[in-house]
Ligand binder design. Structure first.
Ligand code: PMP
Length: 426
């Protein structure tokens, strides 16, 4: 047993190796190990900065995969969560915070009248899809290539597909896990039309990230969300938006507000809880009916615990009382876009860049204009060593927060330019 005798590690590498001795693979989420070139072990984080175990300070453009719209350790939120721990954070009984937190979500998100709380995006998605299948009485689900909906048995897919049929995404999944799922390319209206023509009356649900943000950022093509809304309504399928990333991020009311297309069910997490583990799925009273009558099943000891709901209430109260928040995030995103594009041009390196509000993606390209993952990892490592962190996997977007200043963005761009100039050309 090495854990009890471990002395305080002095370098990121030593700390990372130490974690590996007792945490399988060194991480509790496989996503955290993807593409890591240079280990980074955190000591603390505040604002837009993380401090590592060596005492280095880095500007963070990943921000914990997106929840921290006001930056790390925002006292207006964390003080309330801390206070809730002093008041009992889990009784397994209804609390007045249930009404308050759910009421705020319902007030801000157009498609939500009622909801259920859960602990993670994965859980909420699993429940939302099951609810959709229960409501429609049809198991067949349409999803889109590259969209990530958590790691559950029914939703984790490997890249690619055999025809319309996606492949199970992990060892140990039942081989038939994807038998009731069809997958087509994102923004491919013709493919959607074909699927509805072929399977229309069999489709129980359609699920997408309304802005694809797990394969770089890919906004919906004009009219695409409208097409999904139209066809699902015609054929009696349930339209589910996975707004785990976009909710309270690309607009106060999420992508459904930004693009004006309201789904039947909405899944929320990340920004909603300011980084506390909490998620929700909700819709109209009618859409939630099977849960009102307990015909559908959803449960969890920790689901909607009082601390999680205090986090939601504190975050959404702050969002509701910040009238300029989304204009500010849009302006900051546009500023970052300009600086990053300039840096790439100055360094003479082609990058694939995309942005919706404060969600950005940047991937280094090779001569054939394909994403060069190896070069991107090398670039990420070079930037990390110069004090700027973004995820080494170019599929993972950058997230900005109100804690990032234009000066921070300038620093990111300067580091990027320098690192791009020195990154190995492929
Ligand atoms: N949906 C989307 C769009 C996500 O980005 C994520 C997580 N990155 C999930 C679902 C899964 O959420 P969780 O990791 O909380 O289970």
């Amino acid at each position: 047993d090495t854990s009890t005798n471990a002395t305080a590690p002095t370098s990121n590498k030593a700390a990372y190796d130490g974690i590996h001795t007792v945490v399988a693979g060194g991480v509790s989420s496989n996503m955290r190990a993807r593409g890591v070139v240079t280990p980074l072990v955190v000591e603390s984080a505040s604002g837009c900065r993380i401090r590592d175990v060596e005492g280095n300070e880095l500007i963070d453009a990943n921000m914990g995969y997106g929840p921290h719209v006001f930056g790390y350790a925002d006292r207006e939120v964390t003080d309330q969560i801390a206070d809730q721990f002093g008041r009992g954070h889990l009784t397994g009984l209804p609390h007045r915070l249930d009404r308050e937190a759910a009421g705020l979500v319902a007030e801000l998100v157009p498609g939500v009248e009622q909801l259920r709380f859960a602990n993670s995006g994965t859980e909420a998605l699993m429940s939302a899809v099951r609810l959709a299948r229960a409501t429609s009485g049809r198991p067949l689900l349409l999803t889109f290539e590259g969209h990530y909906h958590g790691w559950s048995e029914t939703l984790l897919r490997a890249p690619g597909a055999e025809g319309y049929r996606p492949r199970p995404g992990a060892a140990g999944m039942i081989p038939e896990a994807m038998n009731h799922t069809i997958q087509v390319p994102w923004n491919d209206a013709a493919a959607v039309e074909r699927v509805f023509a072929e399977y229309g009356g069999e489709l129980g649900a359609v699920l997408c990230e309304p802005v694809l943000a797990n394969a770089g950022v890919v906004p919906p093509a004009p009219g695409f969300l409208e097409l999904l809304r139209l066809r699902t309504r015609e054929k009696g399928a349930v339209l589910v938006f996975d707004e785990v990333i976009t909710g309270f991020r690309v607009a106060r009311g999420g992508a459904q507000e930004r693009y004006g297309v309201v789904p039947d069910l909405t899944v929320l997490s990340k920004v909603m809880g300011g980084g506390f583990p909490v998620a929700a799925f909700g819709g109209s009273r009618e859409a939630m009916e099977p849960l009102t009558t307990y015909e559908a099943f959803h449960a969890g000891v920790y689901a909607g615990n009082h601390a999680a709901l205090r986090a939601v209430a504190a975050t959404l109260t702050k969002i509701r009382s910040a009238p300029d928040l989304y204009d500010d995030l849009e302006a900051l995103g546009a500023y970052a876009e300009d600086r990053v594009r300039e840096a790439a041009t100055a360094a003479g390196r082609p990058v694939l860049f995309e942005r919706v509000g404060s969600v950005l993606s940047m991937a280094l390209l090779d001569e054939a204009s394909a994403v060069d993952r190896a070069a991107h990892r090398a670039l990420q490592s070079a930037c990390q060593r110069r004090g700027v962190y973004f995820h080494p996997n170019p599929d993972e977007p950058w997230f900005l927060s109100t804690a990032h200043t234009e000066e921070d963005i300038d620093t990111i761009a300067a580091v990027l330019k320098e690192s791009l100039a020195q990154a190995p050309a492929t």
